[in-house]
Structure formats: C-alpha cells, structure tokens
Design a binder for this molecule. Structure first.
Ligand SMILES: C[S@@+](CC[C@H](N)C(=O)[O-])C[C@H]1O[C@@H](n2cnc3c(N)ncnc32)[C@H](O)[C@@H]1O
Length: 236
C-alpha cells in the first residue's frame, strides 16, 4: 500500500521538501511518507500527548513529532509543500477554520491531501450524522461526517483551488498497529454498508479499477457515505 499511497500522492506533488502530517496519531503515515520521499523532512503533529509519545518511542520513525493543535499550528506561513490528513480532518471542530490554517502554512502551489475521511451521503446523511454523533459520545471526541458539498465549500472557502473529492484505493483500507508499511492493511470497520459494497465489488470483479472506484463513489455519494473519501486542493 506504500506504493498505493505513493501513486496517489505523486499525482499531486512530485518531490516535496517539507511534508506535514496533521492528526498523525502514532506516526504511521510519517513512516510511509519517509519511505516514499527519503529526502523529505516529514513533520507529524497531533493534539494528543500519548499519541506523540508513542511516535517518539518508535525508533523506526524519522522526522519531527510535535504536539499541537491544527487550528493553531506552530509553523511559519509558507512552510510546507504537502499537508496530509489520514482519517483525521473529520475530527475538526470547524472544517473551514482548520483548512484556513493549513492554507496559511502551505507554500504557494502546495497541496492539501486528506484521505479516509467520512462523508455523509445525499440520501442517508441524517442517519450517518446520528451515527457519528453516537460515536462522538462513545469516544468522547469530535466526530463529523460532512457532505460532499460541505467538504467542497470548506476547501474553497479556505482559499484552495481545484478542489477534488474522490474515492481512492486508500479509502478501502485502514492502518492497524502492526501495519507500519501500508503493505498489510485491513479493513477496520465492517458495518453493513461496507459489507453490501463489498458484495457489489465481487459482482464488479473483472471490471477495471477505475470503473470499480467510480461505482463505489457513486454509491457512496448517494447512500453509503461512511467509507470515507479522499480530497485534495492546491494553494494558488
Ligand atoms: C482517528 S485518529 C487518526 C490517527 C492517524 N492519522 C491514523 O490514521 O492512524 C485522529 C487523530 O487526530 C488527532 N486530532 C484531533 N484533533 C486534533 C487537533 N485539533 N489538532 C491535531 N490533532 C488532532 C487526534 O488526537 C487523533 O490522534
């Protein structure tokens, strides 16, 4: 999957010199990104002290680990070529505010890349939002499931151009503790929408990957937004 990550990111940025991972958790993304871009400084930032502690203790991780809030990032403007969120942006209290602070610290031409984010669908959004609200209570944190429109609007309002929201191979996988290379990934949650789409995928076997992804994305947009999506935007 490291190569999956590489292929996806390489479409937007070729050789970044500074990359920032926000909501980096225990640092798995930094490990994958340093593997993909060995010359790049990868900085990881998370609000949680224990998560940063875990990352700092992982001797395989290179780069910097910092504790901080993505709404008040302790970096100079125009500091990064790429900012990555992996299953993290939807924990933002205010999507536009968070994206504005990302915009500030990206250099001109820099790229926002958020992947594995949940998205509420057009048809079942109300149920998905309720489900996220339940998860937020259970996990005592912030959870949201913006719609396609809300994501696009927030990315544009923050100043990014060419916002794109799409299904990607990475959306079908989830990193687990044992998986630090993105090579042995597992699906983390398996509730009924995912099961149903998995059945549809079986049915779609034999068709090309882009057909499959468009199919999933259409289903997801209409009804089963929980899979998560990838979104990108560029600072002009
Ligand atoms: C679902 S975890 C994802 C962790 C990691 N990216 C992964 O995929 O394993 C979301 C992370 O976002 C972090 N987070 C939430 N709000 C944040 C904020 N305001 N600033 C920085 N990190 C934040 C949480 O502490 C948590 O580690």
């Amino acid at each position: 999957m490291a190569s999956g990550f590489k292929t996806e990111i390489a479409q937007w940025v070729s050789q970044p010199s500074r990359v920032l991972v926000l909501g980096s958790g225990d640092g798995k993304e930094a490990l994958a990104l340093s593997g993909i871009f060995p010359q790049t400084l990868v900085v990881s930032m998370d609000l949680s002290g224990p998560e940063i502690q875990l990352a700092v203790q992982d001797s395989r991780l290179r780069g910097k680990m910092i504790r901080g809030d993505w709404d008040l990032p302790p970096f100079e403007p125009n500091s990064f070529d790429l900012v990555v969120f992996f299953a993290a942006l939807h924990h933002s209290v205010d999507l536009t505010r968070t994206l504005r602070s990302v915009f500030k610290i990206l250099r001109s031409g820099g790229v926002l890349y958020a992947t594995h984010e949940p998205m509420s669908s057009a048809l079942l959004g109300v149920f998905q939002r309720r489900r996220m609200a339940r998860i937020a209570i259970e996990e005592e944190g912030i959870e949201s499931s913006p719609s396609h429109y809300e994501y696009t609007r927030a990315i544009s309002d923050a100043g990014f151009v060419s916002p794109r929201i799409f299904a990607s191979g990475l959306n079908l996988v989830r990193l687990e503790d044992s998986d630090t290379t993105f090579e042995d990934v597992k699906v983390r949650r398996n509730p009924w929408p995912e099961k149903l789409v998995a059945k549809c995928m079986m049915w779609m076997r034999g068709r090309g990957p882009s057909k499959k992804l468009s199919f999933i994305f259409t289903i997801q947009r209409l009804a089963f937004g929980l899979f998560g999506v990838t979104m990108v935007g560029r600072k002009p």
